[in-house]
Each structure stands twice: as C-alpha cells, then as structure tokens.
Design a protein around this ligand. Structure first.
Ligand SMILES: O=C(O)c1ccccc1N[C@@H]1O[C@H](COP(=O)(O)O)[C@@H](O)[C@H]1O
Length: 215
C-alpha cells in the first residue's frame, strides 16, 4: 500500500493546491482558537471545496463541543475528524455516531506505557495518531503542533486493531528515519513544513511529500 502523508494546518489555497499536486493523501484544517494555524469554518470551507474528492479533508479539533463541531461542518465539509484533545473513548464514540464521520484519535506518547491507552480507542475510532507529549518546560504549550518528536522505536513491532499515523516534529529530513524506526505507513506534519508557526513553506511541503513518495 502506498505511504500516506498528511499535511496539517493549511490556511491558503496555494498550500492546499501544493499538497494535493504533490501527492498528499490528507490535508488538515485546524479549528482550535489557540493555534497559530487556526482557521475560521468559513475560510476552511473554501479550502475544503478546492480539495473535494482529491484528498481526505481532515478537521482537527481539541475537546470541541457538539455545537462547535456542528457549526464547523455546516460551513466546511470534512471527510475525517482528528480529535487532538483529552476526548475519552466514550466521547469519541459519541462524536463518530452523532456526526457520521470517521474519527482519528490523537494520543500523546512519551514512553512505552503510554501506548496502552490505544487499546481503549481501537474499538471506537477509525484511526489512531501517535504524537509527542507537549514540552513540559512550556506551560502554555498546545496539545500538538509543537515540532516535538518522541522515540519512534517505541512503535516498532506494535500491532493495533486499526490503522495509525505517526506525527510529531516530522520533516523532510527525518521522515525516512522515523518510518524506518517506527514501521509507520502514514505520517502527519505541520511545523515541519513551516518557516514559523502558522506560516507554511510550499517548498518544504514539496520536499516532505517527495520523501513520502519514496517510502
Ligand atoms: O497544528 C496545531 O496547531 C495543533 C494544535 C493543537 C493540536 C494539534 C495540532 N497539530 C497536530 O499536532 C501534530 C504534530 O504537529 P507537528 O508536526 O509537530 O507540528 C500533528 O498531528 C498536527 O496535526
């Protein structure tokens, strides 16, 4: 199966077109007010329409309420919901059922024991995403999008009941090594294709996708 690459935190048509044109499987739109990549549902709706039928349009949310999710979906069609907060397995199941969309649950990994939490989500999510823990030194760190990696070898040889994606500090320079160490067949990046938080670099998107194409 071809390696899947998700480019997250897109905010412009040029970035969406670059991701699509260079082989991304997924694009990510961030609906989280504290993020430098936050986008309004209306602006995201325009990008979503550009991408319809070409890639999996992923909406990233953090502990969003039903009302917030409904408002986003009313303005922005999505193919996948990425839940990147502290959503419990029950809440994941509820969102999946209520909105009738597949769900990818993000889990923060710092040590081998953190992988155990995946078991509870295998039954209620469609996909898992393994990201690093936010840096402890930064009290106001976001729950993701921090350009921080974890020990990829923690995932080596692990079996999960649903597909999974690797995330956390991935760049064109470390993607091949991350995949070799973890065994991932899908990867997500945001900071790694930026010049500064929230500012995508089109050449970095192309470089990341060129590496992904060879995996
Ligand atoms: O990108 C964000 O701003 C963000 C905000 C809140 C939660 C998650 C966020 N991004 C996701 O975090 C991981 C890792 O990102 P990075 O490549 O290290 O920047 C990735 O799945 C993003 O989709």
């Amino acid at each position: 199966m071809a390696f899947e690459a998700k480019i997250c935190g897109l905010t412009t048509p040029a970035a969406v077109e670059t991701a699509i044109g260079h082989g991304a499987s997924h694009i990510g739109l961030v609906f989280f007010a504290k993020s430098p990549r936050n986008i309004t549902a209306e602006a995201a709706g325009e990008l979503s329409r550009l991408a319809a039928g070409k890639v999996i349009r992923t909406g990233l949310m953090v502990d969003a309420s039903d009302e917030q999710i409904a408002a986003i979906l009313a303005a922005c069609p999505l193919d996948l919901l990425q839940l990147h907060g502290k959503e419990t397995p029950e809440r994941v199941a509820e969102i999946r059922q209520r909105f009738g969309l597949p769900v990818m649950k993000a889990l923060q990994i710092g040590e081998a024991g953190d992988l155990a939490q995946a078991r509870a989500y295998e039954k209620v999510a469609d996909r898992l995403l393994f990201d690093a823990k936010p840096p402890a030194s930064k009290t106001d760190a976001l729950p993701g999008g921090n350009a921080v990696s974890f020990d990829w070898s923690l995932l080596a040889g692990q079996q999960f009941g649903i597909p999974w994606m690797l995330a956390g500090g991935l760049t064109a320079d470390n993607l091949a090594e991350a995949v070799r160490a973890s065994g991932a067949r899908a990867a997500d990046t945001s900071s790694g294709v930026e010049d500064r938080p929230g500012e995508k670099n089109l050449q970095k998107i192309k470089d990341f996708l060129r590496v992904a194409e060879g995996l």
